[in-house]
Design a protein around this ligand. Structure first.
Ligand SMILES: NC(=O)C1=CN([C@@H]2O[C@H](COP(=O)(O)OP(=O)(O)OC[C@H]3O[C@@H](n4cnc5c(N)ncnc54)[C@H](O)[C@@H]3O)[C@@H](O)[C@H]2O)C=CC1
Ligand SMILES: O=C([O-])CC(=O)C(=O)O
Length: 312
């Protein structure tokens, strides 16, 4: 198993480290345009192997020939946002980068599975899908695993219980319009609606929706520990063919009444990528929120098309 990670910045390097520490793949290739950066980070991680006890070979490179024959590729190349920016402000800059790295990568790895992380996530996943020409089950975006991890963290902190016993579901685009679903959040099977008052749940939902922005405000750039761990969890589900049910940005073709876009939905993840989109029952209000979120993603795709048409 060979995993390529494009972008050796904060998120990319963290994905590499999390994947290495799981000791589950033969080789990790870290790619960046900056010379020396992926090589240095890869060597540093390789030198940590005797301490952590993994046998994964980690190489850093600026040359796509080193990525040939990859099974999985995680795309983290692109700018992160700064305070005051929305993820959508990265649209044009990151679309150029995601298109360029996808083009270069797929030539040598035509059978790989792509996991996009770059923002704005749902539109960048669409860009990678269109550029790669891959079937949709082999292209997905990472957001829901991160957003539900935040949701679960805040629930566990509020209730004073272990995060391990908190399960949660969240759908929609990776932005302010994401749709946390408290009805489907449980502590060891007990719905949180039985454990917390409405106002507390609403506060947790709001904090989750703006969880990325909370960190940007604190640090001046965006998060990487939880995003890196989240992408590595998706890599693990694919490598081990474990059929995890995780929220991912997947291509919808009629599911939830949505078509021709990537958006966060629960999927079964295995060796073939997105093996199934699971359709859970939504009430009227949840359906409306999901539709509004999909509208936002659609607008992102249209905005990008307009910007690129104007730029020629
Ligand atoms: N989907 C999600 O939930 C999350 C998405 N993100 C997004 O991930 C992206 C990366 O974030 P960070 O790692 O914090 O940024 P960073 O600035 O630390 O790293 C980005 C890296 O991409 C590299 N890069 C730029 N153009 C490239 C190209 N053409 N080819 C190869 N490498 C290239 C840069 O040299 C840099 O090392 C951002 O767009 C950010 O918004 C970040 C956190 C969570
Ligand atoms: O907030 C950002 O820009 C990065 C991101 O997507 C997240 O941490 O959720």
């Amino acid at each position: 198993m060979k995993v390529t990670i494009i972008g050796a910045g904060n998120v990319g390097a963290t994905v590499a480290e999390c994947v290495a520490r799981k000791d589950m793949v033969d080789e990790i290739v870290l790619v960046d345009i900056v010379e020396g950066l992926p090589q240095g980070k890869a060597l540093d991680m390789q030198e940590a192997a005797p301490i952590h006890g993994y046998d994964t070979r980690i190489i850093g490179t600026n040359d796509y020939r080193d990525t040939e024959g990859s099974d999985i590729c995680v795309i983290t190349a692109g700018s992160p946002r700064k305070p005051g920016m929305s993820r959508d402000d990265l649209l044009a800059t990151n679309a150029r980068i995601v298109r360029s790295v996808t083009e270069q990568f797929v030539k040598g790895s035509p059978n790989a599975i792509l996991i996009v992380v770059s923002n704005p996530l749902d539109v960048m996943t669409y860009v990678a899908y269109k550029t790669s020409g891959f079937p949709s089950h082999r292209v997905m975006g990472m957001a829901g695993v991160l957003d539900t991890a935040r949701f679960r963290t805040f629930i566990a902190l509020e209730l004073g219980v272990s995060v391990r016993d908190v399960q949660a579901l969240l759908m929609g685009g990776h932005g302010d319009s994401m749709v946390p679903l408290p009805r489907y959040a449980t502590v060891s099977g007990v719905p949180i609606t039985q454990l917390l008052p409405k106002e507390k749940i609403e506060a947790i939902v709001e904090r989750t929706k703006f969880g990325g922005g909370e960190i940007v405000k604190l640090m001046g750039t965006s998060a990487w520990y939880a995003p890196g761990a989240a992408a590595a969890e998706m890599v693990e589900a694919i490598v081990k063919d474990s059929k995890r049910v995780l929220p991912c940005a997947a291509y919808v073709n009629g599911e939830y009444g949505l078509k021709d876009l990537f958006i966060g939905v629960p999927v079964r993840l295995g060796r073939n990528g997105v093996e199934e989109i699971i359709e859970v029952e939504l009430n009227e209000e949840e359906r409306k929120l999901l539709e509004a979120s999909a509208q936002h993603v659609r607008k992102g795709i249209e905005d990008l098309e307009r910007i690129e048409a104007t730029a020629g």
